[in-house]
Design a protein around this ligand. Sequence first.
Ligand SMILES: Nc1ncnc2c1ncn2[C@@H]1O[C@H](COP(=O)(O)OP(=O)(O)OP(=O)(O)O)[C@@H](O)[C@H]1O
Ligand SMILES: O=C(O)C1=C[C@@H](O)[C@@H](O)[C@H](O)C1
Ligand SMILES: [Mg+2]
Length: 182
Amino acid sequence: MGYGLKKPVVMVGMMGAGKTAVGQALARRLGVAFVDSDDEIVRAAAMSIPEIFERDGEAFFRDREGEVLARLLQGGPRILSTGGGAYLAPANREAISAAGVAVWLRADPDLLWERVRRKNTRPLLRTPDPRATLNTLCAAREPDYAKADLVVDAKARYSIADMTGRVIEVLLTRPDVLEETG
Ligand SMILES: Nc1ncnc2c1ncn2[C@@H]1O[C@H](COP(=O)(O)OP(=O)(O)OP(=O)(O)O)[C@@H](O)[C@H]1O
Ligand SMILES: O=C(O)C1=C[C@@H](O)[C@@H](O)[C@H](O)C1
Ligand SMILES: [Mg+2]
């Protein structure tokens, strides 16, 4: 059984939700290319995300993120994972819905914290109480993530392969996005 992907699928949601990990696995399952806006920004700047935030500030990062996203959306049907803040900007949401479809990987703060606590690569969590910051960010962002076209719940018991299967299931409810072939 093969798949025909018709437009870019854009993974959105909080840091740690699995956008990169599930996006990569999804691209392999569908036989399409994978791109990640965070990776593209890092490559173009030749700096890590914390370095960009430290040197140039979050607003600079968000500008680059918008540009990179707009460019990646023009690359045809493939899987595009975004950074956790990308879907918050109205211009980014408009660009995404004009070219593709957004899938929100929805996860509760406890699960996110288990995933992100070991790594210090997320500058927004470099606060005196990162666990509380994560809660606050989740609550503040939820109304925007909820604007995504499709939603898949992440749970601790769902492996990356499980999540990938669930995303494929919801994508197949949209024949304008994904169809089974052969
Ligand atoms: N379903 C899963 N089961 C087990 N581990 C997972 C699962 N999904 C993601 N992970 C792991 O959790 C961590 C965070 O996942 P990932 O980097 O994909 O998140 P992200 O949504 O891309 O975050 P960011 O917004 O910071 O880029 C990674 O180590 C990843 O391998
Ligand atoms: O949630 C966010 O705002 C971020 C998530 C990461 O993917 C990176 O894009 C960066 O650390 C900011
Ligand atoms: Mg990621």
